[in-house]
Structure formats: C-alpha cells, structure tokens
Design a protein around this ligand. Structure first.
Ligand code: ASP
Ligand code: MG
Length: 425
C-alpha cells in the first residue's frame, strides 16, 4: 500500500480539490491512504478564532463566518445537484458553532487543539464527499481515533504502540477495497481529547501511517517540483534535486528547509520507506525521491533562517564552560522552550543562536543572569549550507558581517548580520 499527503495549498479551492481527486483516481487499484491538511490558510484563521474565543472578543463570530463561508463556497461549487453527500461538512459547522456559544472551560492549549483541528476535519469531509460523488469508493476515517498521543496539547507526542495497533486493526482490511481519506496533524489522548502534533504536522502524520502500515512508499504532493537546493524566496537560481539521502533530508529539514516537516524522515528511514516529493501542478513529473542512497547531494544546498538571536554566556566566576555549566544551561533552555539552532563554546564562553521568541527569552535570560554575564545580538540570519565549498560560502557572505562560523565535514553554518539592512536602517 502507499500513502499520499496533500497540503493546504493543494486543496484551497474547488479547482484544487478536483485536481487532488483526479490524482487519487489515477492511482487505482486502491491500497491508498490519503492524508489531507486544512484548506489554504484555514489553520491560521482557526488560530485567530481560538484567541478571539478565549478572550471573549465580539469579533469571534465574524472570524468564524469567514472560515465557514470559504468552505461553503467550495462545497457549493463541488456539490452540483447532490448536496446531501456534503452533509457531514454542515454537521462540523454545527459542532464548531456549539463550542462557540459555550464558555471556554479547558486550558488554553487544549481549547486550541479542539478548535484548530476542525480545519482538517472539514477539508477531508469535503474531498471525501466529492470523491464519492464522482463514483470512487473512498472511506473517511477520523485520525483522532487512530493516532494516540499524550496530553502535550499543540505539540503532542505519539504513543507508537497504541497507534500502530489502532491503525492496523482499523485499516488493514479496509485498504483492500477502499481508498481511505484521513486528516493530517490531529490525534487524541487516551481520554479522547483532541490533540495536534505541532504546526505543519501533516507530513508527520503521513509518516506515522506509513510506518504503522509498512507502506511501500509515501508521496507528499506540493506546489514545488520537488526538493530544491535553495528556497526560491531567497535565490533566483535553484536546482531540483532528483535523489536525496535520508540523512541529507533530515539535516536540511532540521535546519529549516520548509519542504518537509523535520519529524517526517525518522519513521520512514527506520523502515526504509522511500519518500517522494512531487508537484500536484505537474503530476506527470517525477519530483524528488528521498531514500537509502549511496550518493550524497551533488550540489550545495542552502537554508536561510531569519530573525535569529545570538546569545553569549560568560560565567561570572570565570569557571570553565564544561559539563556542569553546560548541563545547567541546557536544562534552562529546555525548561523555557527555547530551541537552540547552533552552539559554540570556548573555555569561558558559550554562544547559542535561537529563534527570536521575545516572551520566552524574557523568562529565560533572568534565570541565566544569576550565574552568567550575557551579551545579546538580535536581527541576525543563520545560513546553513550542506555539502558546501569555499565558493558558495563566499557567495552568501556578500554584504554580510560574519559573526560565527561553524564547519563540520558536510555542513557549514554561518551567523551573519545583513549589512544592507543596517544601512537602510
Ligand atoms: N494544517 C496544519 C498547519 O497548517 C497542519 C499542516 O498543514 O501540515 O499547520
Ligand atoms: Mg499547512
């Protein structure tokens, strides 16, 4: 069997839904599980709705109406003379509306998961109804019944053994006769409370299902031709990579390449399941395949992370940065949820580069200040080059001030200040 995953960009309009249906229809005979994200920007809109609901803002109904209207328009366009098939979409609207009339009672992050998960429930109900209407015997499955997680709402951790049991029990036979449609991003706790796996988590869901079902392959359908060696947002000339090793893919994703969610690779690598990244706009093209290959990337790949902060810690008592200090520092960073993108130490200083999270840093830094003198530099860029050479390093450093450079055999990381921007100031 194989797993397909369609992201929000592929299903944002009725035309997009039709295109997705066509790609699915071309995959007969069956044995296909399809994971779908929320339509377009729905997850962002549902986040806004959640904050408005929790703060009891009067505009919450307006925000909801916009989300509802967007979905209704797509349904109207797809339904033709068979609106009954789409009744489950209207049932979901009613569920959201019931929640919105009640006082928020659960903790913030739990309410977030309860509301934000409707994006995937809606999009999958729509595509499933459309497929059925077009004569394809697809079957809608609630991923929350299958993906069991702990209760770390908004960043829930998967309980693999229970999840595997649920998935094989429910789907093994069903996949013999039907295409199964399910939601990315969502799960639930043992008590049946909805959870989510972290933003952009639908790729990870596809990997979870593939792992549990021993899939032959996973295909992520995107609006790019495959994995490129750089983000076209920053580079005019990009090259599509035909084959990528799991190792290169995980390194690129970890350092911020947005093409695949970083957690996706491990379950696939563990079972040697190849991952295809292909364009839903050009489904006849082969895209990129990530798998177990001998050869590493033939060309340098670039990842840019903007809005980085460099923090340097110097022990006030002049003690060495060694095991004891390091474990104290790491403990504090973990406790305040500040993820380290790069670190470097000398005898008596320790520097880290982190994403700029003002609230988290405001809580973390006073803790560290008890024992360390801290210097701090904001508005930086972190450039990671995988399979670098000196020429490419020179190329990305034009008009930048280099603050930290770290090289390993395959990867160089550069922390820079953009001089152009400073002058424009
Ligand atoms: N809809 C979710 C998000 O936008 C999950 C996903 O798209 O992967 O974060
Ligand atoms: Mg998305």
């Amino acid at each position: 069997m194989q797993v397909f995953k369609f992201g929000g960009a592929s299903v944002k309009t009725a035309q997009g839904m039709r295109n997705v249906a066509e790609i699915i229809q071309q995959q007969q005979p069956y044995k296909l599980l399809v994971v779908v994200s929320a339509m377009g920007e729905t997850t962002n809109a549902l986040e806004q709705l959640t904050w408005a609901y929790l703060r009891r803002q009067t505009d919450k109904d307006l925000i909801w109406q916009q989300i509802r209207t967007q979905h209704e328009q797509v349904v109207d366009e797809l339904a033709g003379d068979n609106p009954e098939a789409f009744q489950p979409v209207y049932d979901l609207f009613a569920e959201v509306e019931t929640i919105l009339t009640q006082e928020p009672e659960s903790p913030v992050d739990q309410v977030y998961d309860q509301l934000v998960s409707f994006g995937e429930l809606l999009s999958t109900r729509i595509i499933n109804a459309y497929l059925n209407q077009s004569g394809l015997d697809s079957y809608w499955v609630d991923a929350r019944r299958l993906v069991r997680t702990d209760d770390s709402y908004r960043e829930a951790k998967v309980d693999w053994s229970q999840t595997a049991e649920h998935i094989t029990d429910t789907l093994a036979d069903l996949l013999e006769t039907s295409v199964v449609i399910t939601q990315g991003f969502v799960g639930s706790t043992g008590e049946g409370h909805t959870t989510t796996l972290g933003r952009d988590g639908s790729d990870y869901t596809a990997a979870i299902f593939a792992y549990c079902l021993n899939a032959e392959r996973v295909t992520i359908w995107k609006d790019v031709p495959g994995v490129l060696n750089a983000d076209p947002k920053w580079f005019d000339e990009t090259v599509k990579i035909d084959q990528l090793t799991y190792q290169d893919a995980i390194e690129l994703a970890y350092y911020g390449a947005t093409v695949i969610h970083p957690k996706t690779i491990k379950p696939l690598q563990n079972k040697n399941i190849p991952l295809f990244v292909r364009s839903f706009l050009q489904p006849q093209e082969s895209g990129t395949v990530i798998g177990h290959f001998e050869k590493h990337l033939p060309i340098p790949s670039f990842i840019f992370k903007m809005n980085q902060t460099l923090i340097s810690l110097h022990p006030k008592d002049f003690s060495f940065i060694a095991e004891e200090n390091l474990s104290k520092i790491f403990g504090q960073f973990a406790e305040y949820g500040v993820k380290i993108n790069l670190m470097q130490n000398t005898a008596i200083s320790f520097s880290v580069v982190v994403d700029h999270h003002p609230e988290r840093l405001a809580r973390l830094l006073p803790q560290l200040q008890e024992e360390f003198r801290i210097s701090y530099n904001e508005g930086l860029e972190l450039i990671t080059i995988r399979h670098y050479d000196e020429k490419t390093i020179g190329r990305v450093l034009v008009n930048k001030k280099l603050l930290v450079e770290q090289k390993s055999r395959y990867t160089v990381q550069l922390v820079v200040k953009d001089l152009g921007r400073v002058h424009e100031g």
